[in-house]
Design a protein around this ligand. Structure first.
Ligand code: NAP
Length: 541
């Protein structure tokens, strides 16, 4: 705590590393940095660990990665002791898992909860980061490690009259801890991304009436989530080492990868048959464990898109509603593909109405509900499933200043500039876990996080052994990396639609492809090579 009679300088605590965030990334960073013998402090805005899973408590919140890989691999004992109940883990179980990890490895003691880092400023004269919190405390750290998450800066659209609404309103990414009872309530959900698509079927089950406000129809694939049998758990645990190794080198860090053959080289009936059989299995594997051209070639992509369009037609009873729900005009999976549990079926319920905002746009939010250009939809509860200021938002919302007082927000005003998505020139000794320019959100997050934390810790070890005090990317390496990230994205279908991958969901945000799309395994190889060559592309002093 800050001593009232001491000067700010005297009150500054000196540490080796400051870590921001207590999700998967922050927890593992603390674990590894401690292993190196570093003194550290970690800061978390919430009252406990969990990150994404602390904040996203909305009904139906669940991971889209198979549970046995949506977890840490650093401890064999942990892997063997922990048993997931379902194929796709739900929010309460993931949160419980992260709490267990924090207890088991005594990680909570490193954290200050209910503490936000407001500023982090690099002081060139001391080569240290001065970290300030909203409690007025100051810490001087050699290394600044951001574990702030990729999708943690909630975005509520600036719809006029929002403050006038007399009912209750929530953003999915800042969901309250108490149970929200929708019984007998008229509920509105704005947004049909992954969060909305997960929440809508669950809310519909208890709400008196649910109105879904849809601006862009979304593709979605059934998750077919099921309980894991004892036999299946045994099989996974016996093979977990191989499964993990496969994930580490796969394209999206998952326990499957694209098939060798391409859909366009096969007979359409054979492709259809395969898609149908994979569809019955459920999960992302339907798209990302399938023919690679489905994701990268428009003609092949149309096969997958039409397949889903037909599924929607076959599920939704009212043909007009079905047509409103069918995505048109953009490739499937170019926006992050959601997994669902009965999403399209929900529109067959008598208590669910779909409002197509392309036909009847929202004009404002009024005391009684949502006013479109047609009518007022009266509501007791309004849910904003409207997404996040992805990848850059969690970082630029903190006042981070590097050399010469340059702010990260200013530096990134035309789009993020990083080397490998892990560091940015002008911000020495600052490491970003799954920052923009790294595969991050395009893969299984725990796999991405472990790779980044391991790489960062190896780098710090190298620096300490070599007596190096400062590391930052050199200008050429950063520029080349940025161009490479954009070049790879420009060759894909991902740039053919407005999405949060491109920052297009945030008014005024530069249109830049944010994650690295070259494949997770390939990225790992690149990072390893950089390290092997003495941190090539970095200036070490
Ligand atoms: P999102 O994908 O960005 O979706 C936001 C939704 O809100 C879109 O349908 C968007 O419509 C709509 N929207 C935004 N502003 C609006 C406005 N002013 N008026 C009407 N509609 C508006 O956000 P999200 O669903 O929270 O998901 C974000 C990401 O978080 C996901 O893609 C995923 O990576 C991650 N996530 C993962 C899981 C999981 O693993 N299961 C679950 C939830 C979230 P437009 O499309 O027209 O912009």
């Amino acid at each position: 705590m800050t001593h009232p009679n001491k000067s700010a300088k005297e009150n500054t605590e000196h540490i080796d590393a400051a870590v921001i965030g207590a999700g998967f990334a922050g927890l593992y960073a603390v674990y590894k940095l401690r292993e190196l013998g570093l003194t550290l402090r970690a800061f978390e805005k919430g009252t406990d660990v969990g990150g994404t899973w602390y904040w996203n408590r909305y009904p139906g919140a669940s991971s889209d990665s198979e549970s046995w890989v949506y977890s840490f691999s650093f401890s064999e004992e942990l892997e063997q002791d922990w048993t997931w109940s379902k194929r796709f883990p739900e929010q309460p179980e993931i949160l419980h898992y992260l709490q267990h990890v924090a207890d088991r490895f005594d990680l909570r003691t490193a954290f200050q909860f209910e503490t936000s880092v407001t500023n982090a400023a690099y002081d060139e004269s001391t080569n240290r980061w001065l970290v300030t919190t909203d409690r007025g405390e100051r810490f001087s750290a050699t290394y600044l490690v951001t574990a702030v998450g990729c999708l943690s800066a909630a975005q509520v659209p600036d719809i006029s009259g929002r403050e006038k609404f007399q009912g209750l309103s929530y953003h999915t990414g800042e969901w309250p801890h108490e149970t929200i009872d929708f019984n007998g309530k008229r509920v509105g959900v704005i947004g049909t991304g992954s969060s909305g698509i997960q929440a809508i079927p669950v809310i519909a089950k208890t709400a008196k009436h649910l109105t879904v406000f849809q601006r862009t129809p979304n593709f979605s694939v059934p998750s077919r989530n099921t309980a894991l049998s004892a036999e299946r758990v045994g099989e996974i645990k016996r093979n977990i080492k191989d499964i993990r190794e496969f994930c580490r080198w796969s394209t999206i860090g998952q326990p499957y990868d694209f098939k060798q053959e391409e859909a366009l080289q096969l007979k359409p009936e054979a492709v259809e048959e395969q898609l149908e059989s994979d569809w019955q299995k459920g999960g992302f594997e339907w798209m990302f464990g399938s023919y690679s051209d489905l994701v990268f070639n428009k003609e092949a992509n149309d096969l997958a898109a039409d397949f889903v369009r037909n599924k929607i037609r076959s599920v939704v009873s009212d043909p007009k509603t079905a047509e409103r729900l069918i995505p048109q005009g953009y490739p499937i999976a170019s926006k992050r593909l959601p997994l669902d549990q009965g999403y399209f079926e929900t529109f067959n319920r008598d208590n669910v109405t779909l409002v197509d905002l392309r036909e009847t746009p929202i004009e404002s939010i009024v005391e009684r509900g949502v006013q479109t250009n047609e009518t007022v939809h009266e509501l007791d509860v309004l849910v904003f499933a409207t997404g996040f200021d992805a990848l850059t938002g969690p970082l630029t919302r903190i006042d981070i200043r590097g050399r010469d007082g340059q702010s990260l927000k200013e530096k990134w005003s035309h789009g993020p500039s990083t080397y490998l998505g892990v560091a940015s020139r002008g911000f020495p000794n600052m490491f970003m876990i799954t920052g923009p320019g790294s595969p991050s959100v395009l893969g299984n997050m725990p796999t991405s996080i472990e790779q980044h934390v391991d790489w960062i810790c190896d780098c710090i070890t190298h620096m300490r052994e070599a007596g190096t005090t400062t590391i930052e990317p050199d200008a050429k390496a950063e520029e080349t990396w940025g161009a490479h990230v954009q070049e790879l994205a420009n060759d894909t279908l991902f740039v053919q639609v407005d999405s949060w991958y491109l920052g297009a969901n945030i008014p005024g945000k530069p249109r830049v492809f944010l994650p690295y799309i070259g494949g997770f395994g390939a990225y790992r190889t690149l990072c390893n090579k950089v390290a092997e060559k003495g941190y090539e592309g970095f200036a070490l002093n």
